[in-house]
Write a protein of this length. Structure first.
Length: 352
């Protein structure tokens, strides 16, 4: 099971005051922008990265989006080198979909509790013991785990894919996020055997504190990512992926929006809904274990200092063996084919 001990074992500080705060106008910022443009490196950044990284991506011709749209955008880019600002599985996914391109990351130690909590060897044994089931994995997994799957899904496509399999009489192995899996199971009624993983950010949201916050806030709606715990999701007015949450905020008629996901999303959400008061869902409580909650500590490893070093020296390359690329691509392509047949939008609207 994913836990804060994973972070401690990696010696990652939870103090987000250490994040590089260089901003637009600083010489370092301008220098990085010039290097990206001069070397024709496309910066693709996740919604959860620090705002200065997102600004840099926007202003140098890159993109800020969810994990799979980042990789998909890389396929459309004319650049032969992509700089992926996010966590490691995102860089691997970009390499799977763009094996001919060089994929750089600001920091190769930027991991993910869902990825770390699902080791490929252990997962293989789990699948072998339950080989009568279809293997469905979330996008937030390593290339080696994806290579063992029949299907890969995003948070926005998971319900439809699992419902499709359930209607065909398939039993399912689901990995790695048990809370997202529980949400999907409640929506579909499918027979799902869950891997015991979780996101260390989303499992910190506290249901009772959320009730109290809603009770004292007028003209309010709750928006939640489906990686959150059941008691939080049951209070939400809208549950959706990162991009879906931003889209909902833009169209909401409520003045106040309580958002249960990583607070890095607030940069793009504020752009989309500038007149909304965006409120972080509470993570405080007796059982809270973090000092800087609702923020992924690994995402904070994406800063301007590490980014500059990566593009200057062209190091921190993501390498995925060709055999793994071949196998890991299959469940992704299966999702794309399913989405095409069902007229779903997979990238840029429904992803993790």
């Amino acid at each position: 099971m994913a836990s804060r001990s994973l972070i401690l074992s990696k010696n990652i500080s939870l103090n987000h005051n250490s994040i590089d705060r260089a901003t637009k106008g600083d010489s370092s910022y301008d220098e990085i922008a010039n290097i990206l443009i001069r070397k024709n490196i496309t910066l693709v950044a996740h919604y959860y990265t620090p705002s200065e990284i997102q600004i840099l991506a926007e202003e140098t011709g890159g993109i800020v989006s969810d994990s799979l749209d980042m990789a998909r955008y890389g396929s459309r880019s004319r650049s032969s080198t992509l700089l992926v600002a996010g966590v490691r599985f995102m860089g691997e996914t970009a390499k799977i979909l763009n094996p001919e391109k060089t994929i750089l990351m600001p920091n190769l130690h930027a991991d993910c509790s869902l990825d770390l909590g699902c080791p490929p060897k252990e997962f293989r044994l789990f699948c072998e013991k339950n080989n009568d089931r279809e293997v469905v994995v979330y996008a937030n997994t390593s290339a080696r785990v994806k290579a063992q799957a029949d299907w890969m899904v995003t948070s926005g496509t998971a319900v439809d894919v699992v419902r499709h399999l359930h209607e065909k009489g398939k039993k399912i192995i689901w990995a790695p996020d048990k809370y997202l899996g529980d949400f999907v199971q409640r929506q579909t009624g499918a027979d799902m055997l869950m891997w015991d993983g979780s996101c260390i950010v989303h499992e910190e949201f506290k249901a009772q504190e959320l009730r109290e916050l809603v009770a004292r806030t007028s003209d309010v709606e709750v928006l939640a990512h489906p990686e959150s715990i059941k008691d939080v999701l049951e209070q939400a007015d809208f549950v959706g992926s990162t991009t879906a949450l931003i889209d909902y905020a833009k169209g909401s008629k409520s003045k106040n929006l309580i958002v249960a996901t990583d607070k890095g999303i607030f940069y793009k959400m504020a752009q989309a809904a500038p007149n909304k008061n965006l409120i972080e869902a509470p993570t405080s409580g007796e059982s809270a274990t973090c000092k800087s909650c609702a923020a992924c500590p690994w995402m904070s490893l994406n800063n301007l200092i590490s980014l500059k070093e990566s593009i200057t020296n062209e190091n921190n390359k993501i390498e995925v063996p060709s055999a793994i690329v071949k196998e890991a691509r299959k469940p992704i392509e299966r999702l794309l084919e399913f989405a095409s047949d069902s007229k779903q939008v997979v990238f840029g609207n429904n992803d993790a």
